[in-house]
Design a protein around this ligand. Structure first.
Ligand code: GCO
Length: 465
């Protein structure tokens, strides 16, 4: 009897250990020996695009009728405000009025590209109705950028849309895509001749998880099946906008892409098979669904017991001229039988923390580039940066993350440009104004912008390359 029990336990141990050891070997979490690395050993191709990035709602100010303005005035079921400390976006960085001054700041950095989003709710206060004064504002802004030797790169949807679109169900309904298409066409008519790079949607998976899975973005729903449907409709919307722009005058001249955050997800404990299986599943949903849509035209969103959706988006692989990559960090998955606990992302205790709930992990940047390269498209880094209010790690962050990009380029990956997030401190969505991502520190009382010490690393590298 005793022998049987031992045999049984030994078999169990093998069933557990063999796959765990195999996965540990094949899916090792990459770590570089930074003591051995020369951070000055970096180089970038001649026409490499250096830039900075922002988004309308986070910097412009004066948003009164989009999904976020509405959200900022709501409270949750416990009567707590939706935004940290009850903050409201308000006039943000007043970039709406101060963009000429902000363009000078970009010139001081030496950057040649500015990625920003145009505000759908300001441009189209009602379905199909264009506010021409607002459109003229963006035309003037693009002209000022061009005159300053900076190329505008436009994002059409960066987490925000008009309240009328939200009220009709936004991307929950496939038929609503028509409205986004109309907006995109109007913007392209006005700005198409001035702008070479177009990002249709910013980080659809981040948006959908926050807005429809865990509910900390508007409309605050927690419905995995709906989340899967919205993400599918957003990918469809991308394809339709791509095809529309390409069919318009000047469309063949411009580059149209989508922006994907390739957040890296790893097991908390390598020898815990459940951590590993969980991190693989989360990874598949978050990154794999994107890769399979844009390589095979097959959208899959699966999470055991919660959701299982598969749909064909056949033209997706043919609807990209480039891919925008956003990369910040990675997190760990720590398995628990309690699903809410299991789905919480954790920080690795042995890595340098940032002010956000993730650490510094430049190796992940290299991994993200490698993973997204399977799309076989030119890669433009559309966002990368660090929240660091004390400016303790920004310089180190910039050097290490750019080392990772340079290494990827040396290894043959087709990275064409890099945009730092962000030009200046801004409204970090539900986290409000405390997360300081800016190269320039913003005093929100006076709107004064000051270049941070750590940011000088970026200025130095841009000017040297
Ligand atoms: C995102 C967005 C940005 C953020 C930035 C810092 O990734 O959430 O694209 O709007 O502000 O990434 O978190």
């Amino acid at each position: 009897m005793y022998k049987r029990v031992i045999q049984f336990l030994a078999v169990l141990a093998l069933i557990y250990l063999i796959p765990t050891a195999y996965l540990n070997y094949t899916e090792q979490v990459e770590h570089w020996d930074w003591d051995e690395i020369d951070l000055n050993d970096i180089s970038f191709p001649e026409n490499f695009i250096w830039g900075v990035s922002s988004a309308a709602h986070q910097v412009e100010g004066y948003h009164t009728s989009n999904n976020w303005a509405d959200w900022e005035n709501q409270v949750d079921e416990n009567r707590n405000p939706r935004i940290a400390r009850g903050e409201k976006c308000g006039i943000a960085c007043d970039h709406w009025n101060r963009y000429p001054e902000d363009i000078k700041l970009m010139q001081d950095l030496g950057v040649k590209s500015y990625r920003f989003s145009v505000s759908w709710s300001k441009i189209m206060p009602e379905p199909g109705v264009v506010n021409h004064a607002v459109m003229s504002h963006y035309i003037a802004m693009c002209d000022s950028l061009l005159a300053a030797g900076i190329e505008p790169m436009i994002t059409l949807h960066h987490f925000c849309h008009p309240m009328w679109f939200e009220e009709m169900g936004a991307f929950e309904k496939e038929e609503n895509i028509e409205h986004f298409l109309r907006f995109a066409s109007e913007v392209f008519i006005a700005l198409g001749s001035r702008v070479n790079y177009w990002c249709t949607l910013n980080e659809p998976a981040v948006f959908v998880i926050a807005a429809y899975f865990d509910g900390h973005f508007p409309p605050g729903k927690q419905d995995p099946e709906l989340a899967a449907e919205v993400l599918k409709n957003m990918y469809l919307a991308h394809v339709k906008v791509y095809e529309r722009i390409k069919s318009m005058e000047g469309g063949d001249r411009v580059h149209v892409g989508i922006v994907k955050n390739m957040h890296q997800i790893d097991p908390m404990n390598d020898w815990n098979l459940f951590d590993r299986l969980l991190s693989r599943t989360v990874n598949k949903g978050f990154n794999g669904s994107f890769i399979s849509t844009f390589t095979k035209g097959v959208y899959k969103f699966r999470f055991p017991t919660l959701v299982d959706l598969e749909a064909e988006i056949p033209n997706a692989p043919y609807s990209l001229d480039f891919v925008g990559l956003n990369y910040y960090s990675h997190n760990a998955m720590d398995f628990s039988l309690n699903l809410d606990e299991a789905l919480k992302t954790r920080m690795y205790p042995d890595e340098t923390p940032t002010d956000m709930d993730y650490t510094m992990y430049p190796e992940g940047f290299y991994r993200a580039i490698k993973e997204i390269s399977v799309l076989n498209q030119p890669i433009i880094i559309t966002e990368n940066g660090v929240a660091d209010a004390d400016d303790d790690i920004r310089g180190e962050f910039i050097k290490k993350y750019l080392y990772a990009v340079s290494k990827a380029i040396k290894d043959g990956y087709d990275v064409r440009g890099y945009h730092y997030w962000s030009l200046m401190d801004n409204f970090e969505w539900d986290l409000g104004y405390d997360e300081r991502f800016g190269l320039y520190e913003v005093d929100f009382e006076t709107q004064k912008r000051t270049l941070r010490e750590g940011s000088k690393e970026y200025q130095r590298i841009v000017k040297a390359n």
